[in-house]
Structure formats: C-alpha cells, structure tokens
Design a protein around this ligand. Structure first.
Ligand SMILES: NC(=O)c1ccc[n+]([C@@H]2O[C@H](COP(=O)([O-])OP(=O)(O)OC[C@H]3O[C@@H](n4cnc5c(N)ncnc54)[C@H](O)[C@@H]3O)[C@@H](O)[C@H]2O)c1
Ligand SMILES: O=c1ccn([C@@H]2O[C@H](COP(=O)(O)OP(=O)(O)O[C@H]3OC[C@@H](O)[C@H](O)[C@H]3O)[C@@H](O)[C@H]2O)c(=O)[nH]1
Length: 344
C-alpha cells in the first residue's frame, strides 16, 4: 500500500516484488533462509553474523574485501556447514542465490572513509547498485545500513527520519554522507521501478567489543588511549555531542527491521546524548583518572547528533536496552584482553 512522506510524495511501490529464484522451489532446496551479509567481517557485520548463525534455519554468506574488517572476527564460523566467506569487493558484480541481503560493506570510520574518498563513494554508489542488481535478479529483500551522517550538521534536534539534513556536498566527509544519501536514493528507485523489497537503517554511532583498536572513532580511541596511559584526544570544541548505541542493541534493531514490513528509512540508535568532553571524563573515571585530555583540531565535524526513535519504537517495537554505563565496561574488558593490559 502507498504511504505518504513528510512532503506528501508517494514513497512506496505499487509493483509486486520480483519472484524469488526458481531454485527456491526446487525439491533439493533446503528449508533454510540464505542470507548475504556484505561487510560481514567488520565490527557490526560480524556481530550480526553471530546472531544470524544462532538460528539453525539460516545459512550465512559473508562477502568482504577486508579493507577495515578481518577474518579474525568470523573465526568461530569458518568451516561451519551453514557459513561461507568470500573475499570480494562489492564494487564488482556478485552472483549468488540468496533470500535476504544485509548490505553493510563500506568503511565507516572517518579516518578510513577519508583515506581514499573516491573509493568510498564508489563503494556506496556502485557497491549498492550491484547489490540492488543482485536483489532484483534473485528476488531478495535488501537492507542498507545508512547513517545518521545523512543528516549532516543537523539544524533540527533530535533528528526524526522526516528531516532532510544539512549536508556539505563538497566537504571531506561528503564521500561518505553524500555517498550514503545516493545509496538511499538508489534503494528507493529500485523499489519504485522494480518493486524490490527494501529496508533502510539510519544507524547512529555504535560501539562495542571487536571494534578495531586503531579504528579512529571516538569510543575506541578514548578506551585504547586510556588503557595505554596516553592523553585522550578530544577534538575541539569538545561540546559537540553524539549518542552511542551498544552493538547488541544495534543488531537486534537491524534484524527486526529486516523481518518487519517497513520500507521507509528508520533511525536505529540510542538517544542518550553526551558531549565528547563528558565521554572523555567517563572513560577516565572507568579506566584511569590520572590520564590527561589533549584538545585537538578537526575540520567539518557535525556539532550535535541524537536520534528521534519514536518510529523504531512504534514500527519495530524496538528500543535500546544497554546504557553507556553498562556497555562501556564490556568494551573495556575486550580491549584489555586484546591489548594484553590487565587491571591494575
Ligand atoms: N558503527 C557505526 O557507528 C555506524 C554508524 C552508521 C552507519 N554505519 C554503517 O554500518 C556499516 C558497518 O559499519 P562498521 O562500524 O561495522 O564498520 P567496519 O569498518 O568495521 O565494517 C565495514 C566492513 O565493510 C568492508 N568493506 C569496506 N569496503 C568494502 C568493499 N568495497 N567491498 C567489500 N567489503 C568492503 C570492510 O572490510 C569491513 O569489514 C557501514 O555501512 C557503516 O556505514 C556504522
Ligand atoms: O579521538 C577522537 C575521535 C573523535 N572525536 C570526536 O568524537 C565525535 C565522534 O567522532 P567519530 O569519529 O567517532 O564518529 P562521527 O560521529 O564523526 O562519524 C560516525 O558517524 C556515524 C557513522 O556513519 C560512522 O561510524 C562515522 O562516520 C566527533 O565529534 C569527533 O570530533 C574526538 O573527540 N576524539
């Protein structure tokens, strides 16, 4: 059925989705749901794979080019009969028979997505186009992990899904935020033109065990720095805010979104909002009160970010369960063991 967006335009396709592959009806086909996770060797992707693999009815195929992900994150599933890992870059076409596609492949940390911006936008645009082509060919439902960065430096606070954003099209972050905006556009065009079943998660800052230690994002930086006894690098002015979601809540939200009936974009994040100075003080308190804070410069940094999750609550029955006070210690323990730094 058609739904109305904030500006009254029709967002939903009246076309039926394409038929699943004929293999679905083959008498040899197993009763399993076959699920593709692009970027499944990364931080959120590998936690998502863990959760999907818990269901014995699921077969999971991961494709990843290992730019920021690692086989280590999936070590426990290698050689499992319901699991397959393929080294593949999503900017190249892919032919696999699947029922669902969780499309995560894209560098997410600003230092990595700015490292090769042309590759980042290529991954967002051509990579998403390739995955939509695959979804069309095999009749799969596809979920895109979009981002709160589509709201840019938001002038509306907190950000509801109906906010169109305030994005710099030529800044150093544009390869990522404009790339994700185009990816969302492609999702809707395939939906309207070809009837593809789409899901779009606008993910807000997510943290947890298994993040790359030198990932460059704020929570992993502060924890690694405090454990090493180095000063915490707070980027100026330090009053900028973010809202941090623990990874198990994120995975739960993504699976509910995929399984639900909602086509329009949906914010998934934790509305608890902190300044970067507050976060630094919390990490200090948790790990090492002696550690110093260094104020450093950064260009083009959004000043505030907090999800309005009314829609996720209503449509998915989802809201985060893990507070920053409960989630941070779990991540600290994981970083301690990976860095080999025991509790004093
Ligand atoms: N973690 C967050 O706070 C956050 C917030 C908003 C959106 N997201 C989105 O969620 C997804 C996962 O983010 P993450 O935090 O797990 O990051 P991550 O860097 O840990 O994972 C990204 C994965 O994608 C892979 N990848 C990158 N480019 C690829 C390509 N061209 N082909 C194949 N694989 C490729 C990487 O090797 C990595 O395994 C991304 O799409 C990101 O934009 C994350
Ligand atoms: O060492 C650091 C790193 C970051 N920061 C600050 O912490 C805040 C968060 O920075 P991060 O790099 O963790 O993440 P950002 O919010 O800028 O971008 C993230 O947004 C959502 C996702 O799409 C991505 O994971 C990422 O782009 C920024 O204000 C940044 O300036 C520090 O103060 N010190």
């Amino acid at each position: 059925m058609a739904t109305n967006s904030s500006n009254g335009e029709q967002q939903t396709s009246s076309k039926p989705p394409p038929l699943p592959s004929p293999l679905r009806f083959s008498k040899f086909f197993q009763a399993n749901m076959r699920i593709l996770v692009t970027g499944g060797a990364g931080f959120i992707g590998s936690h998502l794979v863990d959760k999907l693999m818990e269901n014995e009815k699921n077969e999971v195929i991961v494709v990843d080019n290992y730019f920021t992900g690692s086989k280590d994150n999936l070590r426990k599933w290698i050689d499992h009969p319901r699991f397959e890992l393929i080294r593949h870059d999503v900017t190249e076409p892919l032919l696999v028979e699947v029922d669902q596609i969780y499309h995560l492949a894209c560098p997410a940390s600003p230092i990595f997505y700015k490292y090769n911006p042309v590759k980042t936008i290529n991954t967002n645009v051509i990579g998403t186009l390739n995955m939509l082509g695959l979804a069309k060919r095999v009749g799969a439902r596809i979920l895109l992990t979009s981002t709160s960065e589509v709201y840019g430096d938001p002038l509306t606070h907190p950000q509801p899904e109906t906010y169109w954003g305030n994005v710099n099209p030529i800044g150093v972050r544009s390869c990522y935020d404009e790339g994700k905006r185009v990816a969302e556009t492609l999702m809707f065009d395939y939906h309207r033109q070809h009837g593809i079943e789409i899901r779009i998660a606008r993910i807000f800052n997510t943290y947890g065990p298994r993040m790359n230690i030198d990932d460059g994002r704020v929570v992993s930086n502060f924890i690694a720095q405090a454990l090493r006894g180095e000063p915490l690098t707070v980027q100026k002015p330090g009053s900028q805010t973010r809202s941090f979601c623990y990874v198990s809540d994120m995975v739960d939200g993504l699976i509910r979104l995929m399984e639900g009936q909602n086509t329009d974009p949906i914010n998934i994040g934790n509305p608890g909002e902190f300044t970067m100075l507050e976060l630094a003080e919390t990490v200090k308190e948790l790990i090492n009160p002696e550690v110093e804070i260094n104020m450093v410069n950064t260009p083009d940094d959004p000043r505030q970010r907090k999800p309005d999750i009314t829609k996720a609550k209503e449509v998915l029955g989802w809201e985060p369960q893990v507070t920053l006070w409960d989630g941070l210690p779990l991540m600290v323990e994981n970083f301690r063991s990976r860095l080999g730094i025991s509790k004093a």
